[in-house]
Design a protein around this ligand. Structure first.
Ligand code: SF4
Ligand code: SF4
Length: 151
């Protein structure tokens, strides 16, 4: 459903590889662990941890939200650009699409009062440009856009 919401036009296709959420399910403990894509990181981190939940061990990186060079997760298989959950902001749904279709109630959505400025939610364009700038530098990205625009 996540990929369907983000296809163009909306709902025109599905591809699980383009999903911005993965849910790990441990049937022995009836445990669901959702991980939402959070965007690009240019390098693998040094402090990776294995996780133990209800005595079950999960490998390093299992619950990391990053689109990271160490793995293919949360990377658009067509463009190679990172995927980031935008809470279905652009689709302007009453509630996130993944929550709406989750028949097992593994996902719930609630709004919380938080102090301070609300976190900025980036659209696809901002996420893609941000990752390209982190990877190639702002000057190279600017020059490429200028070249492409003048072609
Ligand atoms: S996937 Fe996450 S935890 Fe694993 S190396 Fe990359 S940033 Fe670190
Ligand atoms: S909230 Fe929307 S963008 Fe985020 S994972 Fe769910 S369906 Fe995808």
């Amino acid at each position: 459903m996540c990929s369907a919401v983000h296809s163009s036009p909306i709902y025109s296709g599905t591809n699980p590889e383009k999903s911005r959420i993965r849910v790990t399910f441990d049937p022995a403990n009836n445990l669901y662990m959702p991980v939402l894509a959070s965007g690009y990181t240019p390098a693998e981190c040094a402090g990776r941890y294995t996780c133990t939940l209800k005595e079950k061990k999960y490998p390093e990186c299992a619950f990391c939200r990053a689109s990271c060079p160490s793995r293919d997760l949360f990377v658009d298989p067509d463009s190679g650009l990172p995927l980031k959950c935008d809470m279905c902001e652009e689709a302007e749904l009453a509630e996130p699409a993944c929550v709406k279709v989750c028949i097992n109630d593994a996902l719930t959505y609630e709004e919380r009062e938080e102090e301070g400025e609300p976190a900025k939610i980036w659209g696809e364009l901002e996420v893609g440009l941000d990752s390209l700038i982190k990877k190639y530098g702002v000057k190279a990205v600017e020059e490429t856009i200028t070249t492409l625009a003048s072609d």
